[in-house]
Structure formats: structure tokens, C-alpha cells
Design a protein around this ligand. Structure first.
Ligand SMILES: Nc1nc2c(ncn2[C@@H]2O[C@H](COP(=O)(O)OP(=O)(O)O)[C@@H](O)[C@H]2O)c(=O)[nH]1
Ligand SMILES: [Mg+2]
Length: 249
């Protein structure tokens, strides 16, 4: 693996029917980032579909199979640790439903290459004119409430913490962020930012090193595994994050 390699983690749980196989294969057949799929103890044929995507593309794609379902946060964390072990210079994660198109991986990496002062690039779902950001109204408004609470807790003017498309530069400041399991189930993105703030010493220092990338395309893909109760769990987890990382910051 060369020194500037990027390895992007794709967490998959019961995605056998939803995985856009051809899009992944086309991406892997062009030069670009490596993909590291994590099958999180799926009960369907996800592993089989992922093996078919990886077949003949082993130089670019890896499959990590977890025997038991541990949730998105833990699956992503394991994948990120595996990416570090493989010597990645950049790593991150990307939702398997490709709500954010794979081609944006290259766009995010270009930001990191052009801006050595930036450690993290987050996809941001801002519905500007001329862009196609399609979200159900209920998810949009709940998402806005959540993002507002998250930005108050983090003391960081971040617009969108929950987009499942994020890439990090591996640096002394980011390399240790994935060592410990997360205490949150769905909002581990917020926990990751809280860890980064703690590592840098202030929200302002973190704000200077995070880049929110306004996506050109984003769509709510049917078949989301989030349930209404997950929003309640998420608010509980936000309080946990405040208590654990931000109370004394
Ligand atoms: N590893 C793991 N990934 C999950 C789990 N649930 C969802 N995911 C993955 O997380 C990503 C986003 O899930 P999705 O259901 O599309 O959520 P939404 O887009 O936020 O509504 C997808 O890549 C899923 O496969 C889980 O229990 N474990
Ligand atoms: Mg989705």
C-alpha cells in the first residue's frame, strides 16, 4: 500500500437486498480509495453479496465479517482500526445504501490533499438551490432539531453531524480516536467529534480543523433501519456524551 492510501469503511447490516452491487464494482474498477466492508453479523445473504463485490478486486476491497451484530458504531470502529492496521493515511466511513454517491470520496480526499490544516471532512446535507438533497420532511426536521442540540453540546457550529459520509486524515490527533468502544449507539459521530475536541483542548481548535462538505446529491434511501425509538436513544446518548466528554471541557 502506498503512503497516501485511503481506506473507507462500509458498515453493512442485513443489506443483501439493498447493496448497489454494480455501483460498488464500478467504483472499485476505477483508480481511487480502497473499500473495507464490515458485515456486522447480518442474518441475510449480505456476506455473500459482499464477497461477490470483492471477487477479483482483492487489491482494492476487503471484507471483515463480525460473527455477531454489534451495531453500526462498533462495526465502523472495528473497520477503522483495521484500516489503520493496513497503514491507511486517510480513513473514514460511508453508508452502504450510497445515499451519498461514492464519487464524493474523491472530492473529500481532494479537500484533505489541498488543505493540510484540515483533519476531517464531513458530508453535509444542505438543501441549497441547484443541488439534489432529498430527505423526507419528518427526517429533515427531526434531523435539524438533533443537529442543533448536538452543536450546543459540542459548542461547535456544525450543521450536520449525522451524515454517513466522513473521511479523516490519520494524524497524531486523530489516530487514537477509535481506540475505545463508543458509549453511543447511533450518534457515535457526535462522540467522535467530542473525543477530537477533548484531544485538541477546545471546540474552537476542532472547528478550525473540520470541513463540512455541502453534498451535491443526497437521497433518503428506502429501507432505513432507524426506528422512531432510535431518536429517543440518540437523545439519551447525546446526554451521555455531554456528561462523559464535554461537562468539564
Ligand atoms: N454494522 C451495522 N451497521 C448498521 C446497522 N444498522 C444499520 N447499519 C448500517 O448503517 C448504515 C446506515 O443505515 P441506514 O439504515 O441507511 O440508516 P439511515 O440512512 O441513517 O436511516 C448502512 O450502511 C447500514 O448497513 C447495524 O446494526 N450494524
Ligand atoms: Mg440510509
Amino acid at each position: 500500500m502506498d503512503s497516501g492510501r485511503a481506506v473507507i469503511v462500509v458498515p453493512c447490516y442485513n443489506e443483501g437486498r439493498r447493496l448497489p452491487v454494480a455501483e460498488f464494482q464500478q467504483f472499485l474498477d476505477k483508480p481511487g480509495a480502497d473499500l473495507l466492508f464490515v458485515d456486522d453479523g447480518s442474518k441475510d445473504n449480505t456476506a455473500e453479496v459482499l464477497r461477490a463485490i470483492c471477487a477479483g478486486r482483492e487489491n482494492r476491497a476487503t471484507l471483515l465479517v463480525c460473527a455477531r451484530n454489534g451495531g453500526k458504531a462498533e462495526a465502523v470502529r472495528r473497520g477503522l482500526l483495521a484500516a489503520l492496521e493496513r497503514g491507511a493515511a486517510f480513513t473514514g466511513f460511508w453508508d452502504a445504501d450510497l445515499a451519498t454517491p461514492l464519487d464524493d470520496i474523491g472530492e473529500f480526499l481532494r479537500v484533505l490533499a489541498a488543505r493540510p490544516d484540515i483533519d476531517m471532512v464531513f458530508g453535509s446535507r444542505v438543501k441549497l438551490l441547484g443541488r439534489k438533497v432529498e430527505r423526507r420532511a419528518s427526517r429533515h426536521y427531526l434531523g435539524r432539531v438533533f443537529a442543533t442540540v448536538a452543536s450546543l453540546v459540542l459548542r461547535l457550529p456544525v450543521y450536520d453531524t449525522q451524515c454517513g459520509a466522513k473521511i479523516f486524515r490519520i494524524s497524531p490527533e486523530t489516530a487514537k480516536l477509535f481506540d475505545e468502544p463508543f458509549c453511543s449507539r447511533w450518534v457515535f459521530d457526535v462522540e467522535l467529534i467530542a473525543r477530537y475536541i477533548r484531544r485538541l483542548g477546545s471546540s474552537d481548535a476542532a472547528a478550525a480543523r473540520i470541513y463540512e462538505f455541502p453534498l451535491m446529491f443526497w437521497r433518503d434511501v428506502a429501507g432505513s433501519k432507524l426506528k422512531a425509538t432510535d431518536f429517543l436513544v440518540s437523545f439519551r446518548d447525546i446526554l451521555r456524551i455531554y456528561w462523559k466528554y464535554m461537562r468539564t471541557a
